[in-house]
Design a protein around this ligand. Structure first.
Ligand code: IPD
Ligand code: CA
Ligand code: CA
Length: 328
């Protein structure tokens, strides 16, 4: 690495490499790894758990006063009231890992007062380290990343993720898939969202969309994209996407074209709609992280988080997809 890294990023890199070494060792004898189903099609292995423990130990060893939001242990570790929150996916792409399909990664982001400041995504099977600090660019190993320059969706390569959990709305996804497919040059689904976002930052994909992702899947990759000159948001083009379970990203031109296709499929309940339906006297969500952790129903439509940035993209007709919002 040619430039001096921010000390917090340095710690995250150390944690990610430690977890990556553990994952690489386990991948040599994958048959011995114990796999447990968290729910239908949603797996966790002892490697996910060991990697998460190693990451948390490294991060809290350096910053004992910081908070932790991690996929396998939630908010059980770290401070509960810190301005700093580490958001961790110890092994993104567990299904690939279990099958020996070498597309998986460790993802670690640091948010300060809700804004992602530092990010690492480490692909241990290629020894590829993606990293970014807010305002200082995104890198793959030593190379500065820039999003692609392609301006026509018709010529673009787009990444996505398929819904696969019980209760996911497959019908709604298939409609989006069909529309995007007909307007682009190709669609890819490698199976690790954190890497998908890095591929947008690297310009390998021109855009990406997925529903049902959690903050640990996207926190680190989102900073890679913005630091590489790209945009990321929810289906209506707003930047409050971290806890909203729908995401679209791309270079600015392709992002705009994807938003105009995907906006009708949004499930976000807007502030104005939410306040129109909220019981009198009900309070606004004070803290999106707390609301996310408290929400037991992972498939419920996401409530709009407090507004942070203006809408970038004109709204498409939201009515279009309203007739198809129920799981089949
Ligand atoms: C999964 C991957 C996948 C995405 C899933 C995620 P996990 O993460 O990112 O690409 O489609 O929604 O859950 O469970 O392997 O960490
Ligand atoms: Ca994940
Ligand atoms: Ca994971």
């Amino acid at each position: 690495m040619s430039q001096a890294l921010h000390p917090m990023l340095n710690t995250a890199v150390k944690a990610a490499r430690t977890a990556g070494a553990l994952i690489n060792r386990a991948s040599l004898d994958i048959e011995r790894v114990t796999v447990t189903a968290k729910s239908h099609n949603d797996f966790v292995t002892e490697v996910d758990q060991a990697a998460e423990a190693a990451i948390i130990e490294t991060l809290l060893g350096a910053y004992p006063g910081h908070g932790i939001l991690a996929e396998e242990t939630g908010r059980t570790h770290g401070a509960k009231d810190s301005d700093y929150l580490w958001i961790i996916d110890p092994l993104d792409g567990t299904t690939n890992f279990i099958h020996g399909f070498p597309v998986y990664a460790v993802s670690i982001a640091l948010a300060f007062r809700g804004q992602i400041q530092q990010a690492v995504v480490y692909d241990p099977s290629r020894n590829d380290l993606f990293y970014a600090s807010k305002g200082r660019g995104a890198f793959l190993n030593d190379k500065r990343l820039r999003v692609s320059k392609r301006s026509r969706l018709l010529e673009s390569l787009i990444g996505t993720g398929f819904p696969f959990r019980k209760g996911d709305n497959f019908k709604r996804y298939l409609k989006m898939f069909e529309e995007v497919m007909q307007h682009c040059a190709g669609l890819r689904r490698p199976g690790a969202a954190a890497l998908d976002l890095c591929y947008v930052a690297a310009g390998w994909y021109d855009g990406f969309f997925e529903t049902g992702l959690n903050p640990w899947d996207i926190a680190a990759g989102s900073l890679m994209i913005t630091e590489a000159g790209g945009l990321i948001g929810n289906f209506t083009g707003e930047s409050d996407y971290l806890y909203q379970r729908e995401i679209v990203a791309g270079n600015p031109k392709i992002y705009a074209q994807l938003v105009s296709i995907l906006a009708p499929y949004t499930r976000i309940i807007k502030d104005d709609e939410a306040s129109a339906t909220a019981p009198a006297g009900s309070a606004a969500v004070p803290d999106a992280t707390a609301a996310f952790v408290a929400s037991a129903d992972a498939d419920a439509p996401a409530a709009a988080a407090p507004k942070k940035a203006p809408v970038r993209i004109r709204k498409a007709d939201l009515a279009k997809a309203k007739d198809d919002d129920a799981p089949f």
